[in-house]
Design a protein around this ligand. Structure first.
Ligand SMILES: O=C(O)CCC(=O)C(=O)O
Ligand SMILES: [Fe+2]
Length: 203
């Protein structure tokens, strides 16, 4: 495996080394006033869409709202559709700049997911689309309600989970996307909204 050397190591973050992949979790990456500001601004300024996918010949709505922003040309195919990015907003560029030193990556796109309440979710998957390349670094920013993020090793069955809180940053790297899947399950305990941003490099 290639060594992954962060530009600096932050004592406020947890460095979690899993079998075949690594996580860095920074629970309070954004101070509360900044996290609140980003949550409220993104809820109103982002062009949120209710996307659907075709299953057994019928359109099925994704259980969340989505948006895709980034450099022109960083198009992304996902569940059989190609998404063209909207242009970066001021806040998205500020967040991208803030996470760059710890991620060691200059991201060129971000997928935004908005979970309106605990009924919204994302099923098991890996972010292993070909355009993300080998051993992609994915930086995930969390705003709003705390939700459980689960990981499972595809071959070995190992499990790991984190409660992703408001203002936190989770970096997924190494071979993680090639060996593990992750999901954000539904919950009856959460009624508040949550926004997740996954910053990616599209090749
Ligand atoms: O909402 C989350 O924390 C997970 C999002 C995710 O896995 C993705 O966008 O690929
Ligand atoms: Fe994902």
């Amino acid at each position: 495996m290639e060594p992954q050397i962060p530009l600096f190591s932050d004592p406020a973050c947890q460095y979690i080394s899993l079998k075949d992949g690594d996580l860095v979790y920074c629970p309070q990456f954004f101070p509360l006033p900044e996290a609140n500001h980003y949550l409220h601004t993104l809820l109103t300024s982002i062009d949120w869409q209710q996307e659907s996918m075709v299953m057994y010949g019928k359109p099925v709505l994704f259980p969340r709202l989505m948006a895709w922003y980034g450099d022109a040309g960083s198009s992304y195919s996902f569940s059989g559709k190609t998404y063209h990015p909207s242009q970066w907003t001021k806040e998205l560029l500020q967040i991208k700049e803030a996470i760059a030193p710890l991620s060691g990556v200059d991201f060129n796109s971000v997928l935004l997911n908005r979970y309106r309440n605990g009924k919204d979710s994302m099923g098991w998957h890996a972010d292993d689309e070909p355009e993300l390349g080998r051993n992609p670094v994915i930086a995930s920013v969390n705003l709003g309600a705390t939700r459980r993020f689960m990981l499972r090793h595809v071959k070995e069955g190992d499990k790991f989970e984190l409660e992703l809180q408001h203002g936190s940053l989770l970096i997924m790297k190494g071979a993680l996307q090639h060996h593990w899947q992750h999901q954000l399950p539904k919950t009856t305990k959460v009624s508040a909204e949550r926004i997740n941003l996954t910053f990616r490099v599209i090749q």
